[in-house]
Design a protein around this ligand. Sequence first.
Ligand SMILES: Nc1nc2c(ncn2[C@@H]2O[C@H](COP(=O)(O)OP(=O)(O)O)[C@@H](O)[C@H]2O)c(=O)[nH]1
Ligand SMILES: [Mg+2]
Length: 214
Amino acid sequence: MPQVTPLAILCQTANFIKSASQVDQCPADQGLEVAFAGRSNAGKSSALNTLTHARLARTSKTPGRTQLINFFGLDEQRRLVDLPGYGYAKVPLELKEHWKQHLDAYLTSRQSLVGVVLVMDIRHPLSPFDCMMLEWADRTGLPVHILLSKADKLSFGAAKGELLKVQNRIRREFGNRATVQLFSSPKRLGVEEAHAVLEEWLFPDAPQGSDEQP
Ligand SMILES: Nc1nc2c(ncn2[C@@H]2O[C@H](COP(=O)(O)OP(=O)(O)O)[C@@H](O)[C@H]2O)c(=O)[nH]1
Ligand SMILES: [Mg+2]
C-alpha cells in the first residue's frame, strides 16, 4: 500500500490560489514553493494534476496556452506553481519576450522557491530551453528534478535507455544538483518517486525515509 505521507494528505486539499501575468501579482513570497517548468506541451500541467491527484491545472492539446504563472496551495505555507510553457513557435515574439522577462524575474526574485521540477517530453529531452533552466539553477544553487514525461510513448526498454542517457549527461554537467526519473501521467508511472522529491523540498524538517529512524 502506498505510504500515507504529509504530502499525500495535503494533495487532497490542493486548491487554485491565483494566476499572475507578472511577478508583482504573485502571492506573498513566504513559505515554500516548487515550480514546474518546461517547454509547452511537455506535460507540465498533466504532471501537476497527476501528482496532486486533482484537476488543478488546465491541460491542453493546443500548445502555448498557459501564459500565466498559476499558483496552487497545498496549505498555508506550501505551494506548487505551473510556470508558463516556453518555446512554442506560433506564439508572437512580443508575448515570448513578456514571458521570458517575467519568468526570469520570478526565478531570480522568488525567495520561497525551493526547487524546480523540469518536465521534458522523453522523446525530445534537453532542449535549449531545458539546458538554460539547468544552467540557471546550477548558478543559483537551486535543485532541479527532471521528469522525463510521456514515458508511455516508448517501450520500457527504450524509456530506460533514454533515462540512462539523460542521467549520464546530467551527472557529468551538473553533478548531484539535478536528478532524473521516468514519468507518465496516464500510467501514473513515477508518482511515488516524484512525491519523495517534493516531500524533501516541501518538508525539509521531516525525517526522510522511515527506515532511517533510530
Ligand atoms: N501519452 C501521454 N500524454 C501526455 C502525458 N502528459 C501529457 N500528455 C498529453 O500532452 C499534451 C500536453 O500536456 P499538458 O500537460 O497540457 O502540457 P504542458 O503544456 O506542458 O502543460 C496533452 O494532450 C496531454 O494529454 C503523458 O505522460 N503521456
Ligand atoms: Mg500547461
